[in-house]
Design a protein around this ligand. Sequence first.
Ligand SMILES: [Ca+2]
Length: 442
Amino acid sequence: TNPYEWTNGIAKYNYLRQNSLLGKTIALSYADEEHVENAKYGYYMARILGLAGWAFSPKLVYAQGGDVIRLDVYEVGVPISSPILNYAGKNATRTFTSGEVVVDLAAPSLKIPFQYVYYEIEGRPPSQSALTSDDVKPGANSNIVSYAYASTPKGLYVYLKATGTSVTCFHIYINYDGDNSTGYGPSWLEDFGAEYMVEVWSDGSFAGLYKYTGSGGNWRWLQLTSDISFNLTSTGSTYELELIVPASVQGNDIYEEKSSKLNIAVNVNWNDDSYLRHNKLIEPKPTAPTIYDEEDLFTNYIARVTEMLVEKSYAAAFTDAPSTIASGLANYTICVPYPSISKVTKFGSALQKMDTPTFSGEGYYVEPHDNFSKVTVVVKHSSPVTIMVYKGPSTVGFGGVFEPISLAHQITMSALIFMLMPLSIALIRRLLKSPPPLQRRS
Ligand SMILES: [Ca+2]
């Protein structure tokens, strides 16, 4: 029989379960480049079934060499229900502390309780993004410490950390066609031909997107917009900058080219440009939207739990949400392994218990299940927020209090933390009454 058939998989699962071997089994998923998304279903299926581990290998890579394909999968937390397998429907479901995970192998499709944040820094996670001397050319009075970007259908998100004295502005150059011979290409950029540039003034008064209209090293730029959302903070000589280059700006076709490259320069003065070498945008326009894409849907947005601690009598959730939520209120759904809840606090202050799942203002609502509770918490945005959920007394008739799995009392959603660190500073939209003039190179 075909070992890849679902029925055969069920037989294997039942054999492993009946012989208590699930916790000693490691699954390997492999896929070719076209079906790499499907491989992540294998990861979540391994978590649902309770396997000891899971690995991923792009098909043929290790036999014949080639690029390593990255597969983004995330921690789902401690399982708080048994797996539910629908043999006929070819789907599997299990509830974890992060919520309900459903893998449908018939479709195939995946339902997870959080959404992906697309993130790449030259294939490295942000935790490994510390730049080396090979990445950056330091200026006499400035240096780029680290950077990150996320490309989504809504726009290009850029994070930059730099040091410098008497910094005047930041320039982010985008070589949209990947062709170094076209666009703005002065000698100091070392054969980098930029079709676009974002300029941010270091006093925080202005950020704009420009399209290059000159040739070679001529300083000629057409302003496409002065409405660039950005957030700039500084501590001494260290600057942190986050901004969005909106895909919707008239005349912006950065996203039409899959070979777009980034180059970031920090201008301390016009004779001191430290800059980051070429970095290619990877998949500039992914089809799946991220949590940053649907501003209108922020009211329904399930905010992110970045870290969670589950103890016998309480659970602590450390959460984050975009400050762009219009109402200022963020919804969090947290599943905890307690059949009843005594109280929920935000930064130590008790929140009001609500009788219905939909309510206005801050508060919480509990949806009890046999051995866990689904808690909806609504609190005002702040980064981060510490939410504590306390276990209530055991109810009569319930067959014992469910205890968290001992090895996983403390879980850290490290993958999510990696994703969020550089983007945790709030992005603030600044509307300027009139576009200031472009700073000129002298
Ligand atoms: Ca170019």
